[in-house]
Design a protein around this ligand. Structure first.
Ligand SMILES: Cc1cc2nc3c(=O)[nH]c(=O)nc-3n(C[C@H](O)[C@H](O)[C@H](O)COP(=O)(O)OP(=O)(O)OC[C@H]3O[C@@H](n4cnc5c(N)ncnc54)[C@H](O)[C@@H]3O)c2cc1C
Length: 504
């Protein structure tokens, strides 16, 4: 059932076995999974069916450090979106940010979960094998194609071997054609399911605890129209994205002055993104020409590949993971004429003759306690404190970036993949934008001193509060986060069915 907070009278107290906050990839996944298994679920969503700028403004933050996501709305990669959604990195609408992105769906690598002695605070307390079955089942359900089979395709194996000889590695991802839009994907089912109630237009402002301060007993919600609602649940799952999840925990400070889960001052800290540079190009060499079919991006959906320095180099040189994407730019008519005039042969993929490749670097940041979000003084339209975002880098980030670019430039030339051209704008952390991949603000740890949530994504110090989000990522290896958000949400749904939400 899908309802609006305005349809519910203020005297009503909604109760569910599970209450999920947020209807993006993470929240929709957990809520529908639990409801399909017969649990009474309430899904609270701040946004509504249509994008509303006044609701979106509840996401506004104050920047203390590097500004976040000041993207040119006319940039090539936003052209598929309606103008009001271009350049937006987190969306407050039914379906959340899944309304806007045509995604790269990618597994993390097993090495991404391991601690690297040269990267402080690296290593996940779970391993790749803990997520593999969830990646596989989600990939199947969502129709992403079989990434493991793709990695073993003869052409991919051959190209991987050729570049490995030059200290490079590559991995495949599934490049989706249209935004996933959970509100569309699950909308009909959500309407039909009698044991799932979606409440739109309801913004969670605070979680209330019992006297022991270990159990969430009630969730306060407000709407911009002034409507208030209290929701109760046995189990509460925050799936509001990495910023808003931290904000809800910090703002729930009437019983615990530092907020919930914040006994060790970790909520909101270790915020990382993937600094992104996309103004360079690659003049393709003979290997790129030979494998043009493998490097093409269209027609979507399809598998694509990205490149990085191999693990041995990263270890020897003490580097972070920096990933490089290549996207073909096809010849313009004048370029074609000029090439023909000079008697040069064309080289093509399945789409057209290629002129060059657009180069995009997406880099990992070292986990850094000082890179953080916290409550600001300034209130939003609901009277709740906005977030202050202090996104900052370390010397390790800068040195790693510089060294990686040098090595990649050398090795790409050596492997005959091609020559980079950065013009006046070489990749540089200060001028890079974020990738709209907010991570780390409620990181996972083995102990409360190391993280905000445990290995089952339960907030330390609480009995019934969980997080489903990239907020729990202890590191942000340089790959697209959302497949891992989805796999973790699936894993959490199964865990809850087997533990706190067992049918009696
Ligand atoms: C342009 C763009 C391109 C991207 N490309 C890629 C890509 O190629 N690959 C990739 O892996 N990822 C990509 N991403 C990132 C990806 O979109 C996110 O990782 C993913 O959508 C996050 O899902 P989520 O469910 O955690 O959060 P969201 O989808 O942001 O959902 C959070 C939900 O919580 C709601 N909410 C927030 N606060 C409250 C509150 N207080 N009360 C009630 N509800 C609340 C919001 O309205 C929202 O619906 C991209 C993002 C953008 C913007």
């Amino acid at each position: 059932m899908i309802t609006d907070i305005l349809d519910i009278s203020e005297q009503t107290k909604l109760k569910g076995q599970a209450v999920v906050v947020g209807s993006g990839i993470a929240g929709a996944e957990v809520a529908v999974h639990l409801a399909r298994h017969g649990r009474e679920v309430i899904l609270i969503e701040s946004g509504r069916d249509q994008f509303e700028p006044s609701i979106q403004a509840l996401n506004d933050v104050i920047f203390a450090g590097k500004r976040h996501r000041e993207l040119n709305p006319n940039s090539y990669y936003h052209q598929y979106l309606p103008p009001e959604l271009r350049g937006v990195s987190r969306v407050r609408q039914f379906g959340g940010t899944s309304n806007v992105w045509t995604g790269k769906w990618k597994y993390l690598q097993s090495s991404d979960f391991e601690a690297r002695p040269w990267v402080d605070n690296s290593g996940w307390p779970i391993s790749f094998t803990d997520l593999l079955e969830h990646y596989r089942s989600a990939g199947k359900d969502y129709g992403f194609g079989d990434l493991e089979a793709e990695a073993m395709r003869p052409e991919i194996v051959a190209l991987r071997a050729k570049i490995a000889a030059h200290g490079l590695k590559m991995s495949s991802f599934y490049w989706e054609e249209t935004p996933t839009r959970t509100a569309v994907r699950f909308g009909e089912e959500m309407r039909r399911l009698k044991n799932l109630q979606v409440v739109l237009g309801a913004t969670v402002t605070e979680l209330k605890l019992d006297d022991s301060c270990q159990r969430v007993t009630a969730i306060s919600c407000s709407s911009l129209e002034g409507r208030e609602l209290i929701v109760e649940g046995e189990t509460v799952i925050l799936a509001a994205g990495a910023f808003e999840t931290a904000r809800i925990l910090l703002a729930s400070n009437s019983q615990l002055p530092d907020g919930i889960g914040n006994a060790h001052d970790l909520v909101g800290r270790f915020y990382t993104d993937h600094p992104k540079h996309h103004t360079g190009s690659l003049r393709p060499g003979s290997l790129a020409q030979e494998y043009a079919q493998e490097l093409q991006y269209a027609p979507k959906p399809r598998f694509c590949i990205c490149f990085a320095l191999d693990d041995v180099t990263q270890q020897e040189q003490k580097l972070l993971e920096h990933v490089l994407y290549l996207q073909p730019i096809y010849e313009k008519p004048l370029e074609r004429l000029w090439r023909n005039f000079r008697g040069r042969p064309a080289y093509r993929d399945d789409n057209d003759s290629i002129s060059t490749y657009r180069v995009k670097f997406v880099t990992e940041q070292a986990p850094h306690k000082g890179s953080r979000v916290k409550l600001a003084k300034e209130p939003d339209k609901l009277g709740k404190k906005k977030l202050e975002v202090d996104w900052c880098f370390t010397d390790q980030d800068r040195q790693s970036m510089e060294k990686t670019i040098k090595l990649l430039t050398h090795r790409f030339a050596e492997a005959k993949l091609g020559t980079f051209e950065f013009g006046d704008d070489p990749p540089n952390l200060e001028t890079m934008t974020d990738a709209a991949h907010q991570m780390g603000t409620t990181r996972m740890g083995n102990r409360p001193e190391e993280g905000v949530v445990d290995t089952n994504c339960r907030v330390f110090g609480t009995e019934n509060l969980y997080v489903a989000s990239s907020a729990v990522f202890p590191t942000g290896p340089s790959y697209s986060p959302t497949f891992t958000i989805l796999a973790l949400a699936r894993r959490l749904g199964q865990h809850l069915l087997q533990t706190t939400l067992v049918n009696k």
